[in-house]
Design a protein around this ligand. Sequence first.
Ligand SMILES: NC(=O)c1ccc[n+]([C@@H]2O[C@H](COP(=O)([O-])OP(=O)(O)OC[C@H]3O[C@@H](n4cnc5c(N)ncnc54)[C@H](O)[C@@H]3O)[C@@H](O)[C@H]2O)c1
Length: 498
Amino acid sequence: MRTDIRKVAVLGAGTMGAQVAAHVAGQGLEVVLLDIPSPAPDRSAVARNGLETLRKRKPSPLHLLENLAAIRVGNFEDDQSLLADADWVFEAVVEDLEVKRQLFARIAPAVKKTAIVSSNTSGLGIAAMTSQLPVELRRRFLGTHFFNPPRYLKLLETIPGPETEAPVLAAIEAFCDQWLGKGVVRCKDTPNFIANRIGSYAFGAALQAMQELDLTIEEVDTLTGPAIGRAKSATFRTADIAGVDIAVGVAAHLYDAVPNDPERSLFRVPDFMRQMVERKWLGEKTGVGFYKKDGKEIRALDWKTLEHRERQKPQLASLEAAQSVADIGARLNQVLAGQDKAAQFLDRVLTSTCLYAAALVPEIADDVVSVDRAMEWGYGWGGRAVSGRRAIGPAPRRDAPGVGPEALLRDGRREDHGLRSGRERTSARPARRPRPRRPQAARRPAQEEPGGQPGRPGRRLRASRVPLQDEHPRRRCLRHAGGRDQGGAGPLRRPGDR
Ligand SMILES: NC(=O)c1ccc[n+]([C@@H]2O[C@H](COP(=O)([O-])OP(=O)(O)OC[C@H]3O[C@@H](n4cnc5c(N)ncnc54)[C@H](O)[C@@H]3O)[C@@H](O)[C@H]2O)c1
């Protein structure tokens, strides 16, 4: 299987499609971006508008402003000929199984016989999506699930379908690792794959514990953020960024898709969140969610009254007492030894999430380390989702729901559970092959905006827009982790580097 992907066709110019197109174009590859047709005169207005939104997005998905001009736009009806020489066709249209199935059936004859075809679905089955396609296309088809924002979040989940050929999988994984700087985690074709399955569980567990222990939104975010080695956006700020409607949709989809999951009830969305969606309190996209900006002030939702009130200082004595403990494992141990709501909340949420993740390993992943990496690279969980429970220390207080994961957590025998050293790869890697030559356009000085006269440099890009591949890997890791080293985030290699 060739690995020299030179041209990428992106189907769908929405949030994800346009950003992935920009990231690929930022590596100097040829990109076409197609979407549904509009009425004349501009039949490709949807894709063109999708491209334009990239200028305003923060953090910027563009490596260089000139990458915009390098992306050719079109529509699914008039421009299928642009697919004929694409080496990778990447689909990112609405999360609707029937829409995706119809689109793939429509474009299948236009795609070349050696092209890799993939879907960015967040959790629809790859097998279900492709069952109507010719078998020779199913062999070149897989799921490639980027996380938002795709330029910045390291995780890429790859999901082979039942007929995906090993060299196809290896080729796209190598390309995404080496050219796009992704941390690839291979998943099994199960609902919501790895990160969103466990992330949804943790969200449900946090919601349930918040309601039972009568905590506030701010208290939960304080307990699930940097204090326990996780991203600053914690639980509810993350939901506001992703979209409250998306969080509700993902949970509802999971509830229906996993009828035999003993923990399924946690995916049932609480009433107050359904009401938020009805009121269009969808988070950042509507300006109101769990938090609401009011002039310069940020107000927080009181989930019991559905009013946004002044933010309250969290009352979490055991966490406050442990704040000065630098080591996160030791800090957690100290909090968990407490008796207050903070201790009870963390004990419930962390223990049940670790046990759930551990119990799911054989179903959703090849090994434990894949689950740890997915949660670290996709959700910014510094502590390890499964194996890290031992680092926290005390055995789970409540009755463990299964001997397998409990034994795993207690014994933690790395070799028995496929847990390898941090640097070792989980997925089979292809032998190194000669890289494609990087197109000329990508070699121009990286820190300059277009518009400079010959012999005169263009305007300097602001620091936040310095292309990632020109940044020292260690600095990049630290910047992504908000000053913390997330560990394992390997260097983003430049094409041509060894
Ligand atoms: N938004 C995220 O954070 C995120 C993260 C990871 C994965 N995903 C997945 O990526 C995919 C795209 O999500 P998004 O957030 O970019 O969606 P979006 O709503 O922003 O964009 C979807 C695109 O699909 C097009 N579309 C609408 N109806 C269509 C139809 N009938 N036929 C063909 N195209 C149609 C729209 O014109 C639009 O450009 C989904 O599968 C989603 O689950 C989204």
